[in-house]
Design a protein around this ligand. Structure first.
Ligand SMILES: Cc1cc2nc3c(=O)[nH]c(=O)nc-3n(C[C@H](O)[C@H](O)[C@H](O)COP(=O)(O)O)c2cc1C
Length: 192
């Protein structure tokens, strides 16, 4: 088997609101050819892509280097021996948070996250629900204690966004910098 020397990043999209964040993150990662994206889309995310954006699921799939069926629990990313830089789930639903927090890996998205935690690789979760219940908060705390970055798509004001795209780019910039990836146009405090 020929293995290239690109860094692999697993990207999961689940059925929380904010499908556009996952789409724009994949688009930004295409500007970084040293990275290879490995994408899993849940059924819930297929629904939010259709409900919330003008993209077709097939167009989102085309943005990734490799795409997996969520039921394919025998895929490479289901094993810790498959080397990756870590995993980002954007957006991340409360159901997926609960699955990861309890170790209930009954699909490839949950299994890949479970592997990321057990291998102690970076795991960033753009968790989204409003309001958050005590169940949601407890699950997110468990994951934060395990080292996951809990990164709800919160609006930042200091960068003076003038569009939703500006706001999205900021949260995507924050997520990707956890993996050492610099996003063009990401405005840092006192550096803007
Ligand atoms: C348009 C739409 C928006 C949704 N927004 C959220 C949300 O913001 N957060 C959330 O936890 N679930 C949300 N849901 C519900 C999830 O999609 C649902 O719980 C689903 O079972 C999650 O499964 P998954 O994590 O496997 O994608 C939304 C569903 C739809 C159709």
């Amino acid at each position: 088997m020929i293995v290239n020397n690109k860094k692999r990043l697993v990207v999961g999209m689940s059925g929380a609101s904010g499908a556009i964040l996952g789409i724009e993150l994949l688009q930004i990662l295409r500007e970084h050819p040293d990275y290879e994206t490995h994408l899993i889309i849940s059924k819930g995310a297929e629904e939010t892509i259709l409900q919330e954006t003008d993209y077709k699921v097939a167009e989102v799939i085309d943005l990734a280097d490799k795409v997996y069926d969520i039921n394919n629990i025998g895929a490479g990313i289901a094993s810790g021996t498959f080397k990756t830089e870590g995993m980002i789930i954007v957006p991340c639903s409360m159901k997926t948070v609960a699955g990861i927090a309890s170790g209930y890996s009954d699909n490839l998205l949950l299994r890949a996250a479970d592997v990321t935690i057990k291998e102690r690789r970076g795991l960033a979760l753009a968790t989204r629900e409003c309001p958050l219940s005590a169940i949601h908060l407890r699950n997110m705390l468990s994951l934060a204690e395990l080292g996951a970055f809990i990164m709800p798509p919160m609006i930042t004001y200091y960068n003076k966004p003038i569009s939703i795209k500006d706001m999205n780019r900021h949260i995507i910039g924050k997520i990707l910098e956890k993996f050492g990836i610099e996003v063009n146009g990401f405005i840092r405090w006192c550096e803007g």
